[in-house]
Design a protein around this ligand. Structure first.
Ligand SMILES: Cc1cc2nc3c(=O)[nH]c(=O)nc-3n(C[C@H](O)[C@H](O)[C@H](O)COP(=O)(O)O)c2cc1C
Length: 183
């Protein structure tokens, strides 16, 4: 899991809150700018599940920097347009970008949760490149049909979709059930 300097640190926190470190091997990489946004948006700091390590950007001495380690998935949440563009264009100069590059080349699951508005053509072209390369683009666009009552509830509508794509079972948000037709 990678956290970048886009707004939406709570998305990262809620994903961490809903991953079981005893069931999965989880690693966290935090970009330099993410520290600034985390301080602003989560003043009490990021809560990591027990035993989950964080890694600096510069050391490639991590298991997920090489395709020979079969990690199942990587989520960049929230994903800045800067990081998204660097991944789209194959920049691989730090651990976060290298790990994303590995996921794409090994055809493993790379889930990007971009947050930016409005979008420019540059962003959209980068989206297109990443989709063609096999990434899953899951924008931080909350939904409201389950009538979330708290900010966490709103955030969880996005985190639930991330968990769905990771294949992790959850009961975060009620699923849509069309009303049965009345005769
Ligand atoms: C408070 C704050 C909020 C930001 N929100 C966003 C955002 O929502 N989306 C985005 O793409 N960049 C956002 N940025 C800008 C990124 O932090 C900036 O482009 C940075 O270079 C991204 O670096 P990184 O991708 O290595 O984390 C924000 C910056 C700050 C300080």
């Amino acid at each position: 899991m990678a956290i970048t300097g886009a707004s939406g640190a709570l998305y990262a926190q809620r994903l961490l809150d809903n991953l079981d470190p005893t069931a999965h091997e989880i690693h966290v990489v935090i970009s330099n700018y993410a520290h600034v946004v985390l301080a602003q948006e989560l003043p009490e700091g990021l809560r990591l599940p027990p035993g989950v390590p964080t890694h600096g950007l510069k050391s490639m001495n991590v298991p997920f920097a090489s395709g020979s380690n079969p990690f199942d998935a990587m989520v960049v949440i929230p994903c800045s347009m800067g990081t998204l563009g660097r991944i789209a264009h194959g920049f691989s100069e730090d651990v976060l970008l290298r790990a994303a590059d590995v996921m794409l080349k090994e055809r493993r699951k790379l889930i990007l949760v971009p947050r930016e508005t409005p979008l420019s053509l540059v962003h959209v072209r980068n989206f297109e490149l990443l989709l063609l390369a096999g990434a899953i683009l899951l924008p931080a666009n909350p939904s409201f049909y389950t009538r979330p009552q708290t900010i966490t509830g709103v955030v969880d509508t996005v985190v639930a979709r991330v968990l769905d794509h990771l294949g992790v079972a959850h009961n975060l948000v009620a699923r849509w059930q069309a009303e049965e037709e009345k005769h």
